[in-house]
Design a protein around this ligand. Sequence first.
Ligand SMILES: [Zn+2]
Length: 656
Amino acid sequence: MPTIDLLLTHATVVTMDSNGTIMHDGAVAITGDRIVDIGPSADLVARHTAQHTIDCAGCAITPGLINAHAHVPMSLLRGIVADLQLDVWLFGYMFPVEGKFVSPEFVRTGTLLSCAEMIRSGTTTFVDMYFFEEEVAKAADQAGMRAVCGQSVMRLPTPDAPSFDEGLERATRFIDAWHTHPRITPTIAPHAPYTCTDEIYQRAVELCAKYKVPLVTHLSETALEVEESYQQRAGTPIDYADRVGAFSVPCIAAHCVHATNEDIKVLAEKGVGVAPCPTSNLKLASGVAPYTKFIQSGVRTGLGTDGPASNDDQDMFSEIHLAALLPKGISGDPTAMPAKQAFALATSSGARAIHQEHAIGSLEIGKQADLVVINLRTAHNSPSYTYAADAIYNQLVYTCHASDVRDVLVAGQLLLRNGQLLTIDEQQVLADARRIAHDINLFLANREENLLDKVLAISPVAASEIFEVQIKARITPTQADTISAQLSQLPFHLIRQNSRTQYDTYFMWNDVTQGRIRLREDHRHDANGRTPPYYTLTLTEPATRIEHHTAVQLSRARYTAQANHTERFYREYFQPNQIITITKERRRMHITYKETEFAINIDTLINSAHSGPYLEIKSRTWSQRDATHKALLMDEMLRYLGINDETVIKHEYVEL
Ligand SMILES: [Zn+2]
């Protein structure tokens, strides 16, 4: 009688093979990394002598679950922030924190933490996309898991590559070093069409073709992305990916939430694997992927969790649950997604989605021994019905929890036994994760207290200390015209002038020591009409004031950045206590008076109870002597222009 390594007996064996075979009181025989026999327990016990036997009475044995899209190191960013728009989440939090904290150690710890979570919840294979991907590969290998590890590349600088060329070199070295590994498939992951270029996709495809590895990417996650793709790339993201050759190699495309009917045809024809991520797609309000159409059209369809920063767990049971419910809720048809089909998304169909159906996804002789033993004798799983073979799927999809997973094997190796992790020092990993999170927490806490840090987190700024003497006075519309005329004659010398419309949004806080932020949209009018507006974000810290007769001398720190995001982005990111908007028509003149340079603004406020106009005279200064001198010159100028001291105001528009 041949000796086998391990025999699992007395289970309900859910094979997920093409016939949908289910065995009650079934057994699975394993030698090395493979399943060598499968059938009724009595037969297998009679046929084999096993080194070890595990009694699985009261349990189901299923293929190991496949998580077709993840960013596993991001478990360390779990729960940082939630319920935000995608751009605020990404540019306001993820990119700044990743830029500062992502390192090989971060990736290693985050991956081990995720592996612990995934193994505990029955996942045996995952597809990843992140940075320092060799650390993901090492940690996954150490944990004994199976993984497709995609080294991210994009056109922006990343935590592990300041340029795309370096990212590509890194990916090439990584793939070359790992491509013969039995469980780890190394590859390259162009992040998405909107963060990459044609060349990035083309060179990634060449690399995948050379090493025969699949290409991992994100496609059509949000409606906005598809809309912008039509404008910028003359087609959907899926059209684009096809055009740049991404489907000429096996491709694993995350999300595809907004795939059109035409896209679905292309995905099916080109054998692209798709990985919708129900929880993430719901949480980020991206939508619900057209699962039913994918399946009906023969698209290789899997399921993913996406990164733990947008899910926030990596529990495939909850993804299967949602994948079974969402199509029903949307279509009004309870037959839209049978439980068996939903379970297949994380097993047999999931294996096709990641192009590994020859090795995993079902329990069959000759396939890899990746399997999960699930305890069905818990309160929420009881009772169990066996009159109909398919009843087991209802239980697996609608009642089973991740915590019911008792044992897990990958390639014949036990990774979890009776709820104990065998390949990961869980206490050590949890302690390491807490230590890294502590630093991130401090960074964010300091940033939330300090507006400058918050501005710096999203854009490079030009800083300046401003020492300035200024006068502001209310004038009449007639005076405004007279003053402009006077300023172009002696004793003044007009150097230059222009006019503009400024749309200012001020973000203010109850604690005024924080300073305030101004978002300015500046439209300059020139002889040819309007030039394109430019946008600036300016943080002004509270000023120190010295009052002269009519002038005010101010010194304050000011930080200016180019504003690349929308007003909505900044409002949600900075969360001010008060917002004031001011629109003004500004005529600006630069003049000299007694050989001293002054800037003069004549402002009319639009849609304001205090529309003005206002005259503003300003000059930069550098010493107290100079400031006093300029304040005196300003007094003189006011008198010369016929402006009464009583009309002088010593505060700013935003305080009107
Ligand atoms: Zn993703």
